[in-house]
Write a protein that binds this ligand. Structure first.
Ligand code: NAP
Length: 472
């Protein structure tokens, strides 16, 4: 290919793109990691430090000066220093006037101080334009380059121009700035890195609680009862049989609990005749963790599948099968083929396979990479329609598994029903309520309410009502 003038122009260095010098106060872990990343992105970097001795850890392309000298060399100063040392800035107030001060600090506890670190910095140096940024990116991630999980940089500040300058740097480093508004948002941004799986706590504790409850329930019903009344030691059930009973039960209850808040929300909206009133806090929180509840349920369903796959290789199962065959052969006895049992067994397995298939499909569509590629209507269709189909299939799987055993007295040891019967309570309540809600008279009214219609318009006069998200 021949080079034409436009190609040569494109390859020529563009002097207008020359990056502005950035000053970093503090040569600690974060300051060095951010400095290195900035140098790689083409920014001249100058460090402001208490010690002018250079170390091999400091990028050699960077200058190390006193705080006052370094600050004079740049319009943007990044504060890679803990909040408790900020008072050294007070004598530098004049030099810092008009400069952009970027607060990257985090705290050790949520809401540790009455005001955010960024607001505190703004009070200490009133002449500077303070911007909060970078606190959710770790020094390790900056150094190792594995930023996939934390590419987002929350930025907030009162000065639009200063915020824009910081967001330009964020983009130049290959990260994604997310404007969170004024400096008032800093407290919330500082709390982000301190939160430990906030949406996962309820689903995980609930599933652990259910697992523990059903474990002791099965221990009493399946092991202790057999020991007391039949003098049989079935303690080995604790390894596989009981977990394989608990997993599907917990999975089904959690799946029911994913759809129960949506149904309750619909009932609340129908009762109030408006969507412009906040749901009770517990319902709001429950609705927010439905995805996590569903994913925990899916994990239990996977465990059930794995436990089921190994059933044929279990010693107890092989022994029981061989024993039955041998005793039939010795007694010269055969059972005629029972068509009903054939149907029940095949339908139970087919419903389980289909239920699990749709459950996995639901799980896949909740992944951000997949949900981002579908529009809101498609996402709702999958999560709502396919979700209910999954719930129906899994409930039917359990009902057919129970089959004739629901009425058998042996299913009620010590008056305790088998746990699969208990697992049907929540999903059946959800399905019955949903069935009632899709009656045209209720469905029509609910649709109108979700489109903004109000039975009692007095609510619209009150400005503090927040629009609830329509339940899926
Ligand atoms: P660090 O390794 O302890 O470094 C802090 C630096 O602050 C020191 O190296 C020192 O630099 C300077 N310093 C210490 N005492 C000082 C004082 N009395 N007066 C003036 N300067 C003082 O801490 P870091 O991990 O780099 O964290 C720095 C800030 O970044 C913190 O606010 C932290 O919350 C935030 N942050 C850290 C990370 C991370 O992954 N580490 C992630 C996000 C945010 P000189 O010796 O050069 O003066």
């Amino acid at each position: 290919m021949t080079k034409n003038s436009s190609n040569i122009m494109a390859l020529a260095p563009n002097t207008s793109n020359k990056r502005e010098t950035v000053c970093i106060f503090g040569t600690g872990d974060f300051g060095r990691a951010l400095g290195q990343k900035m140098i790689q992105s083409g920014y001249p970097v100058v460090f402001g430090s208490r010690s002018l001795r250079t170390s091999s850890l400091i990028p050699k392309e960077a200058e190390v000066l006193s705080h006052a000298e370094a600050a004079q060399k740049a319009a943007i100063i990044i504060m890679a220093i803990q909040r408790q040392h900020y008072d050294f800035l007070t004598p530098l107030a004049e030099i810092l006037r008009g400069k952009v001060l970027v607060d990257v600090s985090n705290n050790l506890k949520i809401n540790q101080y009455p005001e955010s670190n960024a607001e505190y910095l703004a009070q200490l140096v009133p002449g500077a334009k303070v911007v909060k940024a970078f606190n959710t990116v770790s020094a390790w991630a900056l150094q190792s380059g594995t930023l996939d999980a934390s590419r987002q940089v929350f930025v907030c500040g009162d000065d639009m121009e200063a915020k824009q300058m910081v967001m330009d740097i964020v983009r130049a480093l290959g990260l994604t700035p997310l404007d969170q508004g004024s400096l008032l948002a800093a407290q919330e941004i500082e709390n982000y890195p301190l939160q430990l799986f906030p949406m996962w706590k309820f689903p995980i504790f609930l599933s652990l609680g259910l697992t523990a409850f059903f474990f002791f329930y099965c221990l009493i019903r399946d092991v202790i009862y057999s020991y007391v009344y039949e003098n049989k030691d079935f303690s080995f059930f604790l390894a596989i049989s009981i977990p394989n009973r608990i997993c599907p039960v917990v999975a089904l209850i959690l799946l029911g609990l994913v759809y129960l808040p949506g149904v309750l929300a619909a009932i609340v909206q129908l009762y109030r005749g408006t969507k412009y009133r906040r749901f009770p806090d517990w319902l709001d929180k429950w609705m927010l963790c439905r995805k996590q509840l569903g994913l925990v349920a899916l994990a239990f369903a996977f465990l059930h599948v794995f436990y089921t796959l190994i059933i044929p290789v279990r010693y107890y199962v092989r022994w029981r099968t061989e024993d039955r065959i041998i005793s039939k052969a010795l007694n010269n006895k055969t059972d005629p083929f029972n068509n009903t049992n054939g149907w029940l067994s095949d339908s139970y397995l087919a419903l389980g396979i289909l239920g699990f298939f749709f459950f996995v499909l639901l799980g896949i569509t909740s992944l951000p990479s997949v949900s981002n590629s579908v529009n809101w209507r498609e996402f709702r269709f999958v999560q709502s329609k396919l979700g209910y189909l999954t719930l129906i299939l899994c409930t039917a799987h359990t009902l057919v598994y129970g089959g004739k055993r629901f009425l058998s007295p042996s299913s009620y040891r010590w008056y305790l029903p088998n746990i699969y019967m208990l697992s049907l309570i929540v999903p059946c309540i959800v399905l019955v309520l949903k069935f009632v809600l899709i009656f045209p008279c209720l469905d029509k009214q609910l649709t109108q309410i979700r489109q903004g219609w109000e039975r009692n318009p007095r609510y619209s006069e009150q400005s503090n009502y927040i629009i609830n998200k329509s339940a899926v």
